[in-house]
Design a protein. Sequence first.
Length: 49
Amino acid sequence: MLFLPKEKGQGLVEYAIIFALVAIVVIAVVRLMGPKLGDTYSTINASLP
């Protein structure tokens, strides 16, 4: 119990690391799928009157 106050910020650091990893994965997926999604939206846009 003596060291409990020092571990208070540990959860925040862990959440920040998880958030950073999720952000990296999302950015990688968007970069990989970006051109394909752009082509799909262009095709849909071209087919609309």
